[in-house]
Design a protein. Structure first.
Length: 415
């Protein structure tokens, strides 16, 4: 069980922390060396998330068993290859854009495969071994990858250059990727699987959701639809900071020195986020935890506008702690509302999240290119996160009303 958990952590570090988010700390150096504009950077980010969206849709068609394991391994290989290939010499930004666009798109497809299949297989394995309490630790891989890639860029970027950063990170991921490739596999079907709504299939965070553990027929319930819509808005909102945070800080002389260090702080904040928000959810429920996380994330998005170095550090901590926590709690709540169907819910939520991420960076980059300021983009991102929090509050209200209604029903007479 623990080998699968460790393999899952490493897989998420490769797919999310490096292949996906190393773009953020490397971006300023790429722009300075190649002439890549903010609008071009936004396009590359959107193409990566377009690939992520399409990958999330396609992964839902992958059958269980050996095929799912093989696809997961293939995605690991592609992720490593596309990460390293970003460091190849394609010329200046205008010449390199076609190649970069293809690489970022394909990398997004691979990231979705690793994320969805890796989480689904790891959760299934933990459930079979009655190790659901360890599920929150799985998401530490995202923060570990972000912190490690940020640290690497900060320490080695000046020596290797932006292209050397990509090549070196690809080589490191190639070595580390052997562990999840060997350890994370699809568990065989259980001889006597419990019913989909059985507590045995739910993580501790699942039990904390208001109105949790309905039967599978609740898959299209209003609370689940509201959760899905909120997750879409979250994807479009958080990704503006997720793409441009280092660039935002470097444009201000007072915060320019933080740069990549702030991205390391994001990773450190994200490392324990899954466990932290699971503990919060035990006290206030998954709905409450998600609403609090969205409120904190709104603050984190707006803080860089102050220009204060202290505010920038607080922003980085809050941002890392909230975006991973929102992912973990959204998955836990989604599984609860749909009867514990891990692959289906993770795939659906990841797809809408990916769609939001496609929409977010492109207009943000265009606005910044025209105005020369990130403020309007940050305000728009914060508004999307606030709207997501409102939808979650409505979903919590409906779920609680339904739970109260069920509790008030008279007991069935005993014949």
């Amino acid at each position: 069980m623990f080998r699968v958990l460790i393999g899952g952590v490493i897989a998420l570090a490769i797919a999310m922390g490096v292949a996906r988010f190393a773009f953020t700390p490397i971006l300023p150096a790429m722009q300075a060396a190649t002439g890549l504009g903010t609008d071009g950077a936004g396009l590359l980010a959107s193409l990566n998330y377009l690939g992520y969206f399409i990958g999330a849709l396609g992964v839902g068609l992958v059958p269980h068993g050996a095929v799912r394991t093989a696809v997961f391994r293939g995605c690991l290989l592609v992720s490593v290859a596309t990460t390293a290939a970003m460091g190849l010499d394609f010329g200046n930004a205008a010449q390199a854009m076609p190649a970069w666009s293809v690489l970022r798109f394909v990398s997004g497809v691979a990231s979705a495969g690793i994320f969805i299949l890796g989480i689904a297989m790891a959760l299934d394995t933990l459930t079979r071994a009655h190790g659901e309490r360890w599920a929150g630790w799985l998401y530490t891989g995202v923060g570990t990858g972000i912190a490690s890639s940020g640290l690497f860029v900060a320490l080695a970027g000046g020596r290797l250059g932006w292209d050397g950063d990509w090549l070196a990170l690809g080589a490191i991921c190639a070595v580390l990727g052997l562990l999840p490739a060997l350890w994370v596999t699809d568990p065989p079907p259980a001889a006597h699987s419990p019913a989909p709504h059985s507590p045995a299939l739910q993580s501790p965070a699942t039990h904390s959701a208001a109105g949790a553990a309905p039967p599978a027929k609740a898959a299209l319930s209003a609370p689940l639809l509201l959760l899905t819509a909120a997750y879409f808005l979250e994807g479009g909102g958080y990704i503006v900071s997720g793409t441009f945070l280092v660039s935002i800080l470097k444009t201000n002389p007072d915060t320019a020195a933080l740069g990549e260090a702030a991205w390391m702080v994001v990773g450190l904040g994200a490392m324990g986020a899954g466990v932290f928000w699971a503990a919060v959810a035990k006290r206030v429920g998954s709905w409450g935890a998600l609403i609090l996380a969205h409120a904190a994330q709104t603050v984190s998005i707006l803080l860089p506008m102050t220009g204060s170095p202290t505010a920038a550090v607080v922003s980085a901590v809050l941002f890392g702690a909230t975006f991973v926590g929102i992912v973990a709690q959204s998955f836990a709540l989604g599984r609860a509302l749909s009867g514990g169907a891990s692959a289906r819910v993770v795939g659906t939520l990841t797809a809408v999240y990916g769609l939001g991420q496609i929409i977010g960076p492109l207009p943000a980059g265009m606005v910044v290119a025209r105005t020369g300021s990130f403020d309007s983009a940050l305000i728009g991102a914060a508004a999307a996160v606030v709207a997501a929090g409102v939808l979650l509050a409505v979903g919590a209200w409906i779920a609680n009303r339904r739970a109260d209604s069920r509790a008030s029903l008279p007991a069935a007479p005993v014949s």
